[in-house]
Write a protein that binds this ligand. Structure first.
Ligand code: ZN
Ligand code: ZN
Length: 263
């Protein structure tokens, strides 16, 4: 499996991805916003785009669909529940559906609500597992729930699905928010040395060259995966005394999300 990350260089800081078969050069484009950038990257690498995957219906993940289809004839795949909102979807996806790209790539569809009600992540298995997670999991952060989502559902997606994937899983999110999110983690957990290191590193890099993290690392630097940290809990209680001494993980997650909304 070949993965090309394409930086949109826009205010929303989107990433697009090309996932290609190393034998046939067939490629699936994840969340095309700037069709031109996606088409140019495919041409440069000798890939043929045959499929488009939208992780969810927000326009910054779908706006390039029509132009990519016009240029390539690619088929559009998206969550069955988001298909009518996106329009032009050829195949509505459900949990467990397997998407094949060329001869060598198989991507499992995860049904991952929270940022929106109908959101999919793609999981590539194998020696080097990879997760294409749209606006669900970000580097050191979590998607917001302003655009039709629900923080309780996002919590369940994190705990019941994403946190259970292998620690070696590489994380490919829909936006680049690494430094900002690490600053939030450090605001919640000032003693987190690894997050501090990662922040210095992130600030020294161009945004389009943000480091690719693994899920194991995310569990150490992402406040939304550190729900049992005594420091995270005690500092949260300063803001929300009503959560008591032993809040459950769901409450910690929802309050962190609430705090991050206005942070
Ligand atoms: Zn979104
Ligand atoms: Zn987005």
């Amino acid at each position: 499996m070949l993965v090309e990350r394409i930086w949109a260089a826009n205010d929303l800081r989107n990433f697009h991805y090309l996932i290609a078969c190393s034998q046939t050069g067939e490629a699936l484009v994840v969340d095309p916003l700037d069709a031109r950038l996606c088409l140019d990257a495919a041409r440069k690498h000798g890939f043929t785009i045959t499929q488009i995957l939208n992780t969810h219906e927000h326009l910054d993940h779908t706006a390039g669909n029509a132009d990519v289809v016009a240029a390539t004839g690619a088929k559009v795949l998206a969550h069955a529940g988001a298909a009518s909102k996106i329009g032009g979807v050829d195949h509505g996806l459900e949990r467990g559906d397997v998407i094949k790209v060329g001869r060598t790539v198989e991507l499992e569809t995860l049904d991952t609500p929270g940022h929106t009600r109908s959101h999919v992540c793609l999981l590539a298995h194998g020696d080097a597992p990879a997760l294409f997670c749209g606006d669900t999991l970000f580097n050191a952060g979590a998607g917001n729930c302003h655009g039709g989502g629900d923080p309780g559902l996002l919590y369940e997606t994190f705990v019941n699905q994403l946190a259970r994937l292998p620690d070696s899983t590489r994380v490919y999110p829909g936006h680049e928010y690494m430094a900002r999110n690490l600053a939030f983690t450090l605001d919640r957990e000032p003693g987190n040395n690894e997050a501090e290191h990662a922040l210095a590193e992130a600030r020294a890099r161009h945004s389009g060259e943000a480091r690719i993290t693994t899920l194991g690392e995310e569990k150490r630097i992402n406040a939304f995966l550190r729900l049992a940290s005594p420091q995270v809990i005690s500092r949260l209680r300063e803001k929300f005394p009503e959560i008591g001494e032993k809040p459950d993980a769901r409450t910690v997650f929802i309050k962190l999300r609430e705090l991050r909304n206005r942070w």
